[in-house]
Design a protein around this ligand. Structure first.
Ligand SMILES: Cc1cc2nc3c(=O)[nH]c(=O)nc-3n(C[C@H](O)[C@H](O)[C@H](O)COP(=O)(O)OP(=O)(O)OC[C@H]3O[C@@H](n4cnc5c(N)ncnc54)[C@H](O)[C@@H]3O)c2cc1C
Length: 512
């Protein structure tokens, strides 16, 4: 295949262009850098239709990127064309749909800012301000307001997608949550079916389900005005296995008790973060809208519960950091709140229906308490609450009974160290899930993994010995329906990556 590219350099950057290296390297995880014929930068839906149509007609593979914050290279590729929609950034109110129309290149931080300043409303999105809604929403994004307001997909009322039909023709379709819409299934697939599977999203429309007002200020949840952060920290040099187990058990069981939809405590969310002992402290952070009556008391009740029976004194205990909500959610530090941007990276995920057992926590602890320094850490982030008020089949986010999301991470800079750090992370995760084939197979304690934190190891029988496929871990019982949508809207499998929705068996065989 020859490496041809459009001649319009304002809308495409070809291999050989001096901007090319920067353009392919703008993703979050430097382990995955595209090597494509050219990168296309459409500005309108019509541009996307033209760009996709040209690529397909030329027999080139098509890959989609919005914010480049995918963790596992699903938005980067070898060969073909990278369609980068990061310049499609508008956030507007669309009176014709009584909904907020948001283009895929809009960054989470910009969306918070626009929605707050113009209408006083918000969405339960994630914490990294540079993540784009393009990949974030379709992957089932969540954030500090999700226990109170649900997952972002619960607000999706319509989506515009550029798809490719069996004849190779590209066209834009608007699909809505109206069950009578002939494209209703395409809407459903975008409520958590994962990015890069069906076509290129060119616009999302969002509104609170059931909202009837004509006033945009009433059509999404009200944004908080002030925000209270609290921290508990323990220095590693004082920590014992017994106390570590106790802290994480206390933390998890608090979420077991306090995650019923609509309950007072779902106003509060939190994270538990433990690094390897060579690098930092063990932290529990709490986050709450300070406009909620009793926010400080709730924070302290939560901290008391986490500390119950723990012998090691925290070196920090504070519940008094109160800041402007908008400032906090859009501060530039939050572009990379994990401090990992620009590095090489591996992440694994898990949904937790229950707190880990003491045995699981002890196993995890031993990977952090080694004499050799390891660049690994894990976090458990508050979930449940309003998220669990929605049925598993109502959207493509099937996980509707978990109380925490787990993220296991490693980051480093030197490519020569890839195998070493990945091996350490794999060993940790495999040990925690030793009783279920090395992965969080759904049972009364686990609910699979999160597709926005993708991990190609789940598709590798060396690391997933459970006999449960990666697709079931991510999509549970919703996977067969997602495959049908794939068959209808991407019958040629033009949109594919290492963890993409597969065509149904029959079709895969006949097109093989
Ligand atoms: C530092 C950091 C912090 C994060 N914090 C959170 C968090 O708080 N909460 C949370 O839920 N998630 C979080 N995430 C995960 C994030 O939601 C996902 O990585 C998300 O998919 C990134 O979207 P993107 O458009 O920026 O990335 P991309 O890499 O551009 O896209 C990710 C995937 O979506 C596909 N895609 C992108 N745009 C489109 C489109 N327009 N149409 C169709 N497919 C598309 C891509 O092909 C790729 O497969 C975080 C990620 C990072 C790196």
């Amino acid at each position: 295949m020859t490496r041809t590219a459009p001649t319009d350099t304002a809308s495409a950057i070809a291999a050989g262009d001096r901007r090319y290296e920067t353009a392919v390297r703008c993703g979050f995880n430097q382990r995955f850098v595209s090597d494509v014929d050219y990168i296309s930068y459409p500005r309108t839906t019509a541009d996307v239709v033209a760009a996709v149509g040209t690529a397909v007609a030329d027999g080139k593979r098509v890959t989609v990127r919005s914010g480049g914050h995918g963790y596992e290279g699903t938005g980067s590729t070898e060969g073909g064309v990278l369609i980068d929609v990061s310049v499609m950034t508008s956030v507007e109110y669309d009176p014709s749909r009584r909904a907020f129309a948001i283009q895929p290149g809009a960054k989470v931080g910009e969306i918070y800012r626009e929605l707050y300043k113009r209408w006083g409303v918000t969405l339960p999105m994630g914490e990294c301000i540079d993540v784009c809604i393009g990949g974030h929403l379709v992957g089932g994004g969540f954030g500090p307001l999700s226990r109170r307001y649900g997952a972002i997909v619960d607000y999706l009322c319509a989506v515009e997608v550029v798809v490719v039909d069996a004849a190779g023709q590209a066209r834009a379709i608007v699909a809505s949550d109206d069950p009578a819409d002939p494209h209703h299934d395409l809407w459903w697939a975008h409520t958590g079916g994962g990015g890069g599977n069906f076509g290129v999203v060119t616009q999302y429309w969002l509104r609170t389900p059931g909202a009837t007002s004509e006033d945009p200020g009433q059509l999404l949840p009200p944004a908080p005005t002030t925000w209270r952060n609290g921290y508990l920290m323990w220095p590693w040099d004082k920590m014992t296995e017994q106390d570590f187990v106790r802290i994480l058990r206390n933390y998890g069981t608090w979420f077991e008790r306090n995650s019923a939809p609509g309950s007072r405590e779902t106003n509060l969310t939190a994270f538990f973060c433990a690094t390897h002992k060579s690098s930092d402290v063990i932290t529990v952070g709490s986050l709450i809208d300070d406009d909620v009556p009793g926010a400080r008391e709730m924070t302290n009740e939560f901290f008391d519960a986490v500390c119950e029976g723990v012998e090691v004194e925290p070196s920090v205990r504070t519940s008094d950091e109160v800041v402007s909500w908008l400032y906090h959610f859009t501060h530039t530090n939050r572009a990379d709140h994990t401090g990992l941007g620009g590095s090489r990276f591996k992440l694994k995920s898990a949904y937790l229906r229950k707190a880990y057992t003491a045995e699981q926590i002890a196993r995890a602890y031993r990977h952090l308490d080694t004499e050799d320094p390891r660049k690994i850490f894990f976090m458990f982030i508050g979930y449940g609450g309003q998220v669990n008020a929605v049925a598993p089949e109502a959207t493509a986010v099937a996980q509707r009974s978990s109380i925490l999301k787990g993220a296991y991470l490693s980051s480093w800079w030197d490519p020569a160290e890839d195998d070493h750090h990945i091996a350490n992370l794999r060993a940790l995760y495999q040990d925690v899930y030793a009783d279920t084939g090395g992965v969080p197979v759904t049972n009364d304690a686990n609910e699979g993994a999160y597709i926005n934190y993708p991990d190609r190891d789940l598709a590798d029988p060396e690391w997933n010995t459970s006999g449960v496929s990666w697709s079931t871990l991510y999509y549970q019982a919703n996977y067969p329906r997602l495959r049908k949508v794939k068959q209808r809207y991407d019958p040629r499998n033009e949109f594919r990556h290492v963890l993409s929705i597969e065509l149904p068996e029959e079709q895969r065989r006949s097109s093989a």
